[in-house]
Design a protein around this ligand. Structure first.
Ligand SMILES: Cc1cc2nc3c(=O)[nH]c(=O)nc-3n(C[C@H](O)[C@H](O)[C@H](O)COP(=O)(O)O)c2cc1C
Length: 190
């Protein structure tokens, strides 16, 4: 895919077909994370891959989806759940200030996934204490986010922000519409 086309399609997806993601693609997503830039090349991030149906369900139960929508619209249904989660863990003993590293790794992972037709949703709103316990994290390990993956069963498109309203919504086909601010509103040339 051409890069700008890839970036445009790499939206947040919240409903998925129950089709497995191959080990090859999962490996590619993780290799993309490894390739990301890191402040002082400290590489403070590690990853927990959750792929067994049982564990995926347990992680799913700790996540919250689409805060702007009613649960029946935003929360994936029983047969729409993601099939894979990758948790991004910050090892604070290596670098206590590594949120930018985490963002870059997540961007690489979600792009690599979309390059193979796999959609994703970054989840910050999750029960971090419960998940940290489930993943066996130590005191020096901080759960940054979990990223959900699956083959999307809906579309998502962007439009310009109208009247300052940045809330995404579902259209008549239950596809997501995501308002983005116009460049002229966020860019200054000097
Ligand atoms: C740091 C971060 C945390 C997020 N947390 C959640 C979340 O907990 N639940 C959710 O449904 N979406 C979450 N999202 C997805 C955003 O809602 C989504 O990126 C935004 O609406 C823009 O849509 P787009 O990704 O298609 O551009 C998160 C995104 C980011 C970058």
């Amino acid at each position: 895919m051409e890069l700008m086309e890839l970036l445009e399609g790499r939206r947040t997806y919240r409903r998925f077909y129950q089709k497995e993601i191959s080990e090859e693609i999962t490996g590619e997503i993780l290799r993309a994370a490894r390739l990301s830039s890191s402040a002082a090349n400290k590489q403070p991030l590690s990853y927990v891959v959750i792929r067994s149906a049982d564990k995926v369900n347990q992680v799913f139960d700790c996540t919250r989806w689409a805060g702007y929508l009613k649960p029946e619209d935003g929360q994936p249904g029983e047969d729409e759940k993601p099939v894979l989660f990758i948790a991004v863990v910050e090892n604070l003993n290596i670098n206590p200030d590594c949120d930018t590293d985490a963002g870059l790794a997540i961007a690489n992972m979600t792009l690599a996934a979309w390059n193979r037709g796999v959609g994703s949703c970054i989840i910050g709103a999750c029960n971090k204490p419960r998940l940290s316990e489930m993943f066996g994290l130590t005191e020096e390990q901080k759960l940054h986010t979990v990223v959900a993956f699956g083959y999307p069963s809906h579309k998502s498109r962007i439009e310009g922000v109208k009247d300052g309203d940045i809330r995404y919504y579902l259209d008549e086909n239950r596809d997501y519409v995501v308002p983005k601010r116009q460049l002229e509103d966020v860019v200054t040339y000097m």
